[in-house]
Design a protein around this ligand. Structure first.
Ligand code: ZN
Length: 222
């Protein structure tokens, strides 16, 4: 992608609100939680499965699967290609396709950096959730495998896990809420930090047990 186009798209994304695109259309959405939902304009349905997230400026239909940002929504609603949508929206915010200034080039590279970081954070976040689920499953199987209850209470690892399990569940709920986009970024960071602590601790405790899926845990702190 060329720099000018990259800059233009970045500017549109930061300056054109997806709700503005919605308001200009015939879409009827109502607020639910952090999102807006309504009937999908791209497939026929009776119950709403079309959802717009105004914080991330994205939309998704859980019925037909279509998704995208404010540019692709604008394109789809107006029956035009993405390229045309970009140039129309660029015009709207007063951008011309001229060469970039030095300052604008810096803006582009900063945005690319942020995007990479964001992606890596999201990936690490998912991995943490996966590790905590793996840990819970492992402990469940471990407890089940004991044929008599007296043995269960003699397993220090199991006892320790159950001692902490309410907290683990709390973290799992929090991470899941983050994955479902129900938390703001600060809360996500909170859960992320706490979950890293727990996973690193258990990674150490389970080193000898060779828990599958846990061998290669390498986590990056933020
Ligand atoms: Zn749909």
């Amino acid at each position: 992608m060329n720099l000018t186009l990259d800059y233009t798209i970045g500017e549109i994304k930061s300056k054109v609100d997806i709700l503005t695109i919605v308001e200009e259309s015939s879409l009827q959405l109502r607020k639910r939680g952090r999102n807006f939902i309504g009937l999908c304009p791209f497939h026929s349905e009776k119950t709403p499965s079309f959802s717009v997230n105004p914080h991330k400026n994205i939309f998704k239909c859980f019925g037909c699967g279509i998704s995208g940002d404010q540019i692709s929504l604008y394109a789809q609603l107006n029956g035009i290609k993405n390229g045309k949508a970009v140039s129309e929206l660029a015009q709207r915010i007063g951008l011309s396709g001229k060469k970039l200034t030095k300052q604008q080039k810096i803006v582009v590279s900063k945005r690319q950096e942020d995007k990479t970081l964001e992606k890596r954070f999201e990936q690490e976040y998912k991995r943490l959730f996966y590790y905590l689920c793996t840990l819970r499953d492992y402990m469940k199987v471990k407890a089940k495998n004991y044929k008599d209850i007296d043995r269960v209470v003699l397993d220090p690892i199991l006892i320790l896990y159950y001692h902490e399990s309410a907290y683990h569940e709390y973290l799992l709920d929090g991470l899941l809420a983050g994955l479902l986009d129900e938390l703001n970024f600060d809360r996500q960071i909170d859960f992320f930090g706490s979950a890293i602590g727990v996973v690193n601790k258990w990674k150490g405790l389970l080193r000898k047990q060779k828990l599958k899926g846990f061998e290669n845990v390498e986590l990056i702190s933020y």
